[in-house]
Every structure is written in structure tokens, then in C-alpha cells.
Design a protein around this ligand. Structure first.
Ligand code: 6PG
Ligand code: NI
Length: 181
């Protein structure tokens, strides 16, 4: 079992201090997620970093509350905004997001009806147990948010590949456009 960590003070910035693992997701890691496959393939030439996830040293173990800060860099693939892979927590657990900088949204899907929560600095987005979630940068600057979740929640990415997220989030003339999947 993962040993418990002592009480700690974590600095609230892009990288977190003290920091745990930092994950980098490039375009090539997002296979099968964007609708426009040709545009996704063209973007592989440069293979840009789409988002980064910096975690605190709090372990993913029962009873703990690990946190992470995600930064989604601005951009589009065939009109669809840069986004995270998206996942569902296989153990039904809630999760809290707090918008830190930039603008974006939290797309939620329970397999039936999708929900869209616009996010800006100071917005708390609540993800109830049993809802898959994906984050989208709908602006022109990095969109950054804090996530806090129960350490025994787990992460299932295949669920989203199988079921989608209900909506695709495209760049429209008057802001983000939600198109049924
Ligand atoms: C979590 C959070 C969050 C998420 C990142 C990256 O459960 O850990 O929802 O930290 O993992 O924003 O998104 P993906 O995990 O979907 O790539
Ligand atoms: Ni999550």
C-alpha cells in the first residue's frame, strides 16, 4: 500500500510545489478523439503539447484527496477546441474543479445527457459520481484549473472512446458551439 503523506503546504501555481508527477499530453496521444481525422493527422507533423497535468505528491490511495493542476494550451483541430482525453472514475466518486486562469469549459456525460459548465477564474465546477468529464480550452490563452478528487477513484479512458462525450465543442462565431456527438 502507498504510505500516507504528512500534512503539507502546496504552492498554488502552474507547477505546484512540492510537485509530484507531471504528465505531458501531445497531439499524438489524442488519437481517435477529434472528429476531423485529417486535421488531426496534419497536426502530428508538429505534434504540439496540447495539455500538461502537474500533480501534488498526495498519493492516489483510499482516503487521500490528491490534487492536480491541468494547463490546456489554446488551439483547434478542424474547428474543434483543444481538450483533454476525458475519463470516468470507475469507483463512483465526485470531483471538484476550480478555474485558475483563462477560459474553458467542463463537459460532463452520464452516457445519456451531456452537460456543459463554462469555466473562468474562480468558477467551481462540480462533477458528480458516475459522470465522465473532459475539459476544453475555449479561449486564446492557456486555460488552467485545479482538480481535487478521492484517491481511490481510478481513471477509465476507454469509456470515453467507446461512448463519446455527448457533445463536440467547436469554435463558433459567437463563442463555443456544442454539437451533438
Ligand atoms: C482527475 C482530474 C484531472 C484530469 C486532467 C487531465 O481525475 O485526475 O479529472 O486531473 O485527469 O485534467 O484529463 P484526462 O485525465 O482526461 O487526460
Ligand atoms: Ni477526473
Amino acid at each position: 500500500a502507498t504510505p500516507p503523506v504528512p500534512p503539507m503546504r502546496i504552492t498554488f501555481d502552474a507547477r505546484m510545489e512540492p510537485s509530484g508527477p507531471v504528465l505531458t499530453r501531445r497531439m499524438s496521444d489524442l488519437r481517435g478523439l477529434f472528429a476531423d481525422t485529417a486535421a488531426w493527422e496534419a497536426a502530428l507533423a508538429e505534434d504540439p503539447v496540447v495539455y500538461e497535468v502537474a500533480s501534488s505528491p498526495v498519493p492516489e490511495a483510499e482516503g487521500e484527496l490528491p490534487q492536480s493542476i491541468t494547463t490546456i494550451h489554446p488551439g483547434r483541430v478542424g474547428g474543434e477546441f483543444h481538450m483533454t482525453k476525458g475519463h470516468i472514475h470507475p469507483r463512483p466518486r465526485g470531483e471538484i474543479y476550480l478555474g485558475l486562469s483563462g477560459v474553458g469549459g467542463l463537459l460532463l456525460f452520464d452516457g445519456d445527457k451531456p452537460q456543459w459548465i463554462p469555466m473562468e477564474p474562480g468558477t467551481i465546477g462540480y462533477i458528480p459520481p458516475g459522470w465522465a468529464h473532459r475539459s476544453v480550452n475555449t479561449g486564446d490563452e492557456p486555460y488552467r484549473f485545479l482538480a481535487v478528487y478521492p484517491g481511490d477513484a481510478g481513471h477509465d479512458y476507454d469509456w470515453v472512446l467507446r461512448n463519446g462525450m455527448g457533445y463536440r465543442v467547436l469554435s463558433g462565431a459567437d463563442g463555443p458551439l456544442l454539437r451533438p456527438f
